[in-house]
Write a protein that binds this ligand. Structure first.
Ligand code: R5P
Length: 294
């Protein structure tokens, strides 16, 4: 796609400007008004060019999905004939199966709904575990997935000498491998058992010697931080000299970050896929490159 405008919201304005600069197009703001009863009114530029990128990262997920539910068809009514959704954090990807009978497979339903509203979607490190591409769950929508793992790897090798990259669970292997391969770093992946939202156990791989090693935990997303916390505790108990964290999506709900630090984590780095105090890697160049391919 060759976009002519980036349409974005005020709370992601620096990211919108960065993306627009990468694409060498202007950015315009969707103005929001929240009525006393919680409903939203959106105001878009009254005339839109034919090819528009809508930038929206889905955290918090539900409010932002409603914004898109209104903004995408409104953009079409105002002149956009082709819409690419640049969604740096694509929420609802973790519920990718019915773990209990009757559970909705949110991944499929949310993805299909977004596919109906946009012609193309680009995103960064979506949590794909049981499937490896978005196409099967986004029919009729051109998709491109990029990873921030290599860019995070570039950052962390400048911060930590000879780090050992450790993934806290099997799913994280894909991101750990990308960063490790680029810099020929030692790496390993733990085993995780989750028994509740805030209740996880993490086991180090058998035979891994962490004594004196500078460990960097890598994952796609930190939410409660429980996964990283447990991986940190296990690493320190096994003799690691230090534990830092690098994640693509810094959700860090509630006091997750403080609890992580209390568990012994030294530094936390993330991308600005979700703007956060820990953001050190800009994803605009990755998104712009992905947009050119869809
Ligand atoms: C799931 O496997 C993800 O990759 C993350 O490890 C997980 O979502 C992190 O959640 P939390 O921070 O709540 O442990």
């Amino acid at each position: 796609m060759n976009p002519e405008l980036v349409l974005a919201f005020d709370d992601e304005w620096p990211q919108a400007e960065a993306l627009a600069a990468q694409l060498a197009v202007p950015a315009a703001c969707v103005q929001r008004h929240r009525f006393p009863d919680g409903e939203l009114r959106l105001r878009l530029p009254p005339r839109l060019p034919p090819r528009v990128v809508v930038l929206r990262s889905l955290h918090p997920p539900n409010d932002r999905l409603v914004e898109l539910m209104i903004a995408l068809p409104a953009a079409r009514e105002l002149g956009a004939r082709e819409i690419a959704l640049a969604c740096p954090y694509l929420a609802y990807m973790r519920q990718d199966t019915a773990f209990q009978p009757g559970e909705a497979v949110s991944q499929r339903h949310i993805a299909a709904w977004l596919a109906a509203g946009a012609d193309a979607l680009v995103t960064v490190d979506p949590h794909l575990h049981r499937i490896d591409r978005l196409d099967p769950i986004m029919p009729g929508c051109r998709t491109a997935v990029v990873s921030a793992a290599e860019a995070l790897g570039d950052w962390l090798v400048r911060q930590v000498e000879r780090p050992l990259l450790l993934g806290p669970d099997q799913e994280s292997a894909q991101w750990v491998r990308l960063a490790a391969r680029r810099h020929a770093l030692d790496h390993a992946v733990c085993t995780k058992l989750r028994s509740g939202d805030d209740d996880v156990q993490v086991q180090l791989p058998a035979g891994l010697d962490l004594r004196g090693r500078r460990v960097v935990l890598m994952d796609d997303v930190a939410s409660t931080g429980g996964t990283l916390r447990e991986a940190c505790r296990a690493s320190l108990a096994a003799g690691a000299a230090s534990v830092d964290v690098a994640v693509t999506h810094a959700l860090f709900v509630g006091d997750a970050l403080q609890r992580l630090r209390r568990a012994g984590v030294r530094q936390v780095w993330s991308t600005d896929a979700l703007p956060h105090a820990t953001s050190v890697v800009a994803i605009a160049p990755l998104l712009a490159a992905a947009l050119r391919t869809v």
